[in-house]
Design a protein around this ligand. Structure first.
Ligand SMILES: [Fe+2]
Ligand SMILES: [Fe+2]
Length: 270
């Protein structure tokens, strides 16, 4: 059994400091096997914003896997946007744009989908797809395999026409045979769970997709700030959403799936 704290869209520069503090305390209490952060660490990719995000990450007392988001590329500075899009991220967060977490139950790979040319939308490259496919397929089939990106492969429930990660269909086709069970992302500032098969009709493997809401940004798009606690205990997986009530994070929704005959079946929502 493994536990993951999935947090996203911190947006330092537009963060609520009380929520940042509450989130730090909550993660320390939970003490998961690993923390996954699915991008948009900053609001405008400024040095001070990255430094604040870096300080937050360094306080996390467990391993942490991070990918950048579109907000981690400068928006207004055209020179830096074109020539050094992830300079601040590399300097204050990590130089590793293909992060890996692996133990004897879990394999998590991250991929950068933020692109200067794509503005708020994202893209995955054919080179990245090959790296991911090689790593996932070389790993034992006993591992629970997770792919982490900022941009999503599935639209949120209330916005079926939302832009998805570019070359997503190509990536899905290449990665499906590698035994992936879960895709984690953010970007929409709305928490959603679903199955990739609901959108990609050609996909034969049942793959869960989970988008976290924004953990600490003041731009909440109609949903409270939240993050997810994930308990992976195959064939069961449980997603507990923790939402900010103005004073603390508390559990507001539980979604359970069970894998039955190769398909993730919704077990219970409460
Ligand atoms: Fe965001
Ligand atoms: Fe984003």
């Amino acid at each position: 059994m493994r536990t993951v704290a999935h947090i996203s869209d911190l947006h330092f520069g537009m963060e609520d400091e009380r929520i940042v503090e509450g989130l730090s305390e909550d993660i320390a209490d939970f003490h998961p096997s690993v923390v996954v952060i699915t991008g948009d660490l900053t609001q405008r990719a400024r040095k001070k914003q990255f430094e604040a995000a870096g300080a937050f990450i360094r306080k996390i007392p467990v391993p942490c896997l991070v990918v950048p988001g579109n907000h981690d590329i400068p928006f207004y500075n055209v020179f830096r946007r074109a020539l050094q899009p992830l300079r601040g991220y590399r300097h204050s967060i990590t130089t590793d744009l293909n992060p890996v977490f692996q133990d004897d139950e879990l394999m998590i790979l991250g991929a950068n989908t933020a692109r200067a040319a794509a503005f708020k939308n994202g893209r995955i490259s054919t080179a990245q797809i090959k790296i991911l496919a090689d790593k996932f397929s070389a790993a034992s089939s006993r591992l629970f395999k997770v792919l982490v990106t900022h941009h999503s492969f599935l639209p949120p429930l209330n916005d079926p026409h939302a832009a998805l990660v570019g070359r997503g269909a190509l990536a899905v086709e290449a990665l499906e045979p590698c035994g992936i069970d879960l895709l984690l992302s953010g970007h929409y500032h709305r928490g959603t769970t679903g199955d990739l098969q609901s959108h990609y009709v050609a996909v034969k493997r049942s793959i869960l997709v989970v988008q976290a809401g924004t953990a600490t940004s003041t731009r909440t798009r109609g949903e409270s700030n939240s993050y997810d606690r994930i308990t992976i205990d195959p064939p069961d997986i449980c997603f507990d959403r923790y939402s900010w009530d103005g004073r603390r994070f508390g559990k507001t929704m539980t979604t359970r799936y069970k894998k039955v005959n190769g398909a993730w079946c919704l077990d219970r929502i409460r």
